[in-house]
Design a protein around this ligand. Structure first.
Ligand SMILES: NC(=O)c1ccc[n+]([C@@H]2O[C@H](COP(=O)([O-])OP(=O)(O)OC[C@H]3O[C@@H](n4cnc5c(N)ncnc54)[C@H](OP(=O)(O)O)[C@@H]3O)[C@@H](O)[C@H]2O)c1
Length: 250
């Protein structure tokens, strides 16, 4: 019988999610490595820890989400930590330079179909997975939900004309603004429960999503704030947005 706290990380077969999974395993969690392709998740889970397990989870597929929730219910009975990490920038060809990605991502150019694809994963996927996992999180003594957002989604930062993030005003950023709103809404709704809901920006990080752009940081640095939020004690906050340097403005 499992007696460890249980953590599910979506999109944990690579990148920041994989690093978050490794760190939660090292903190004593039974980690479920969410992965849309099970074979990739099985390989990733081996690098996470002896007790880590891959779980098929496509955050845009209701059947996949429902099956994952059922599997956790049947085998573990509860969920202590949910990290909504799975995310995409936009449908891109591998190897596209970041400048080109940023340009094609602009709301004046992007097709609404591409925009829907991004929102399906980054926003509706988080809502759907969170809804499905809530009954399991309610059974944990101290449920924690961490949504992986981006400072690029901050409306307040973009209000400052000298702000660097004003360069980033594409579909991806608008999806993270919506994710922030979703984070706050869940946090307010769950404020009288033991579940805390927070959003973290991992920072610009060298992964497939950023095409390993020059200047991008390490996954170890990126995982720091999400892991801190996953481990908050009962006195910790809910409904916050932060990075490793501290609070970020919504
Ligand atoms: N890298 C950065 O600079 C940066 C900055 C700020 C925020 N973030 C956020 O950090 C999170 C992780 O990104 P990353 O940089 O680690 O990117 P990544 O290496 O591309 O990893 C993204 C992960 O999400 C998964 N994923 C995508 N669509 C999915 C779906 N429909 N269902 C389930 N999983 C799905 C991918 O699975 P596949 O392998 O199957 O594609 C992969 O495991 C994202 O939310 C991203 O927006 C990243």
């Amino acid at each position: 019988m499992n007696i460890k706290p249980v953590a599910l990380v979506s999109g944990a077969n690579k990148g920041i999610g994989l690093q978050i999974a490794k760190e939660l395993a090292s903190k004593g969690f039974k980690v479920l490595v969410g992965t849309r392709k099970l074979d990739l998740g099985v390989v990733a889970a081996r690098s996470v820890g002896a007790e880590a397990e891959a779980i098929q989870l496509d955050v845009t597929d209701h059947a996949s989400i429902a099956a994952a929730a059922r599997q956790i219910e049947d085998t573990l009975g509860r969920l202590d930590v949910l990290v909504n990490n799975a995310g995409i920038s936009r449908p891109i060809q591998p190897g596209t330079p970041i400048e080109e990605m940023r340009d094609a991502d602009k709301v004046s150019r992007v097709s609404v179909a591409d925009m829907r694809v991004v929102f399906e994963t980054n926003v509706f996927g988080v809502v759907a997975v969170t809804q499905a996992m809530l009954p399991l999180l309610r059974r944990a003594p101290a449920g924690r939900i961490v949504n992986i957002s981006s400072a690029g989604g901050s409306l307040a930062l973009k209000g400052n004309p000298s702000e660097y993030s004003r360069q980033y005003v594409g579909v991806y950023q608008t999806s993270k603004t919506a994710l922030n709103a979703v984070t706050q809404a869940f946090a307010i709704e769950l404020e009288e429960t033991n579940i805390k809901v927070n959003a973290a920006c991992p920072g610009f990080t060298a992964t497939d999503l950023s095409n390993y752009a020059p200047g991008a940081g390490s996954v170890e640095d990126a995982a720091r704030e999400p892991v801190r939020l996953a481990l908050l004690d009962a006195n910790g906050p809910t409904g916050t947005f932060s990075n490793a340097d501290g609070p970020l403005p919504w």
